[in-house]
Each structure stands twice: as structure tokens, then as C-alpha cells.
Ligand binder design. Structure first.
Ligand code: ZN
Length: 131
């Protein structure tokens, strides 16, 4: 199972982008607003994986609350799965706490579902399947 992307919560996409493009030389892929999450995201390619920068679009978005509590930084790890339904069911059977009982549409039209960090050693884990 490969890491699809690493999600990083930032206060400003525009300010954060320079590090990934000008300094680290990553290729910018796309910006997208995910209104259901009240976030604007920016993707960069790194090898077979991606970096996802996330900026809050409103004060009550999960990213705004995360930054208030912990500051900017790594927000989640996303693993690419072939069958997100099966992967979610396996996590449930193994006793992990699900944030999403069933997959939903995330950035890039992918199907995504999150596992609660309380049950995963403090790491918010995203499962994602190409849409
Ligand atoms: Zn993500």
C-alpha cells in the first residue's frame, strides 16, 4: 500500500507554496476548493506520491480548528487503496474508530474516508481510492 499523499495544514497556501516549488523543486499539480470541508487545497508531486497543503476557508473548518489547537503542520497521512469499502470494513472489524462510516468524495474526485487518530496512535489516517 503506497502513501498517496501527506496532508499539511497551513495558514496561507500562497505563502507555503514557495517552499515546495522554488526550494524543494516539486511540481505544482492543482488547486481545488472542497466546500464540504471548507478548505482550499494545493497538490504537489513528489515521486509517486503527493503533498497536499490545506488552508481553511472558514473559522469553523476542521483545518482552522487544527491550526488553533496545534499550529501549522502535518495533518494526515493518506494511503492509496484499491477497494476503500473493504479497507474501511477491515479497520472496523479490527476495532479502529472510523470518522467516516462510508466513503465520501474528496479532493480530485477521489473516494476518501478517515480513521480517528484516537485509535491510530495519534495519526489521522485517510484511505483514498481513485474515483
Ligand atoms: Zn488528504
Amino acid at each position: 500500500m503506497k502513501i498517496d499523499h501527506i496532508g499539511i495544514a497551513v495558514k496561507s497556501l500562497e505563502e507555503a507554496k514557495g517552499l515546495y516549488t522554488r526550494v524543494l523543486g516539486l511540481e505544482w499539480e492543482q488547486d481545488e476548493e472542497v466546500h464540504t470541508e471548507a478548505v482550499r487545497v494545493s497538490f504537489f508531486k513528489t515521486g509517486e506520491s503527493h503533498i497536499e497543503l490545506l488552508e481553511a476557508l472558514s473559522d469553523d473548518s476542521a483545518i482552522a480548528r487544527f491550526i488553533d489547537k496545534k499550529g501549522e503542520g502535518i495533518h494526515h497521512l493518506a494511503f492509496a487503496v484499491d477497494d476503500i469499502g473493504a479497507a474501511l470494513e477491515k479497520a472496523r472489524v479490527e476495532g479502529y474508530q472510523l470518522i467516516d462510516e462510508s466513503p465520501r468524495r474528496g479532493a480530485g474526485g477521489k473516494l476518501v474516508a478517515f480513521l480517528h487518530p484516537k485509535s491510530t496512535n495519534g495519526v489521522l489516517i485517510e484511505l483514498c481510492q481513485k474515483g
